[in-house]
Write a new protein. Structure first.
Length: 404
């Protein structure tokens, strides 16, 4: 049996009422609590990031191609359906392309009037993001014979206009000549983002074509969805190289820069907070090892007098530090798993949707992040444990045996 490991195991069975035993419990608790807080913090941070990004992407995609327009109007100029479309689909990283068009309108009910932007989409539209935001009803059903009269609106609009799923509502379009259309509320959604909930209504693209007297070969623009959002800059450059000179390209990170800047600021603050937690946990471990060494000074002197090397004695305390770290990590992971599971399933902690864009604290499960936090914590803690063991080589056997 390894001598250092054997002695370390015997030290682990020290009296539970000793000062060292109390200090080791504090060290385990600090490591466990620190790693639990780090895991929970990253789970919540990634939850916020993925939830907000999913809400944004459900309305705007990752990239948007439209006709160059100096007026920056909601409606814009139409573009052809074959303008480089096949070239975009061949670009690596592009997963889906969907056409759209916008048209401003006024919704009128018996008691209320509300200005909105009707966003027209077709059967190729990816509704997976919108389904996650649905409060009631369903998505739009498209037909090949005629334009669908169904639409989806936000809960904010529905509450203002006192509408529910199945109700009919009149849309007035300001053009020459003015037009009126009657739509049926098919679904009600809630993203929590005022930029969308207060402005956009989803409808059939063919309705906008009919209102603008466009042929089927014209659309307002295209939204491009990517396989990996982190590659948006690379894919955007490739898409730009395939575009005609009269088109413009917008990245979702530029269109809603304030939201992505807020997420980046939140991430920076969390990282600073986590660095402080790691510092406290490692400092507690160093303090614990110093106390162990001071309390076992007589033992160190005796072992040196019997011929034990500094390396063998250092290994004794390294094994003690390793055990404390492993038990702390196990306890921290169990605590983080219990909290994240309870929050994800029971939604224990609510949020104000007006400030946080969602009504409960989100949890994002990423085993890669969990593993990374555990590995980083383990190595940093073990590196800190080596610091107090260096003083062992300076302990004189004679003085250590007489130490009291």
């Amino acid at each position: 049996m390894n001598l250092s490991r054997y002695i370390a195991s015997r030290l682990a069975g020290a009296r539970s009422d000793s000062f060292t035993a109390s200090v080791t419990k504090i060290a385990k608790f600090s490591v466990g609590l620190g790693i639990a807080i780090m895991i929970v913090s990253f789970a919540i941070l990634e939850g916020f990031r993925h939830e907000i990004q999913a809400k944004i992407f459900s309305f705007g995609g990752h990239l948007q191609i439209s006709k160059f327009d100096t007026n920056n109007s909601f409606e814009g100029y139409p573009m052809g359906t074959t303008t480089g479309l096949n070239d975009y689909e061949k670009i690596p990283g592009v997963s889906h392309i969907q056409p759209f068009a916008r048209k401003t309108a006024i919704i009128k009910t018996e008691d209320e009037v509300l200005g909105v932007v009707l966003k027209g989409v077709d059967s190729t539209y990816d509704f997976r993001g919108m389904k996650a935001n649905l409060i009631s009803g369903s998505t739009i059903q498209f037909t090949d014979t005629a334009a669908s009269n169904e639409l989806m609106m936000s809960q904010i609009m529905a509450d203002k206009l006192r509408l529910k799923v199945g109700d009919k509502v009149l849309f007035y379009f300001i053009q020459n000549p003015p037009r009126m259309r009657r739509f049926e509320v098919k679904g009600i959604f809630k993203t929590g983002l005022e930029e969308f909930d207060n402005v956009y209504v989803l409808g059939d693209l063919q309705q906008i074509r009919d209102l603008n007297q466009w042929p089927d070969s014209l659309v307002g623009g295209y939204e491009i969805l990517l396989n990996d959002f982190t590659q948006i800059d690379t894919v955007a450059n490739q898409v730009f190289d395939h575009m005609n000179y009269d088109l413009q390209l917008e990245k979702i990170t530029d269109t809603y820069a304030q939201l992505f800047d807020w997420l980046e600021l939140l991430k920076r603050n969390v990282i600073i907070f986590l660095v402080l937690i790691i510092f406290v946990a490692t400092f507690n471990m160093v303090s614990t090892l110093f106390i162990m060494i001071l309390e076992r000074t007589n033992m160190i002197g005796a072992l040196k007098a019997m011929g034990a090397t500094n390396r063998q004695i250092r290994n004794i305390f390294l094994h003690r530090g390793l055990r404390l770290t492993i038990w702390g990590i196990i306890g921290g992971n169990l605590l983080a798993l219990a909290f994240c599971g309870a929050q994800d399933y029971f939604h224990l902690i609510p949020l104000d949707p007006e400030n946080y864009y969602m009504d409960t604290v989100p949890i994002y499960w990423s085993w890669r992040i969990w593993l990374g936090i555990n590995v980083i914590t383990f190595f940093l803690t073990m590196l800190s444990v080596m610091l107090p063991t260096l003083m062992i080589s300076r302990i004189s056997p004679v003085k250590a045996i007489k130490f009291d």
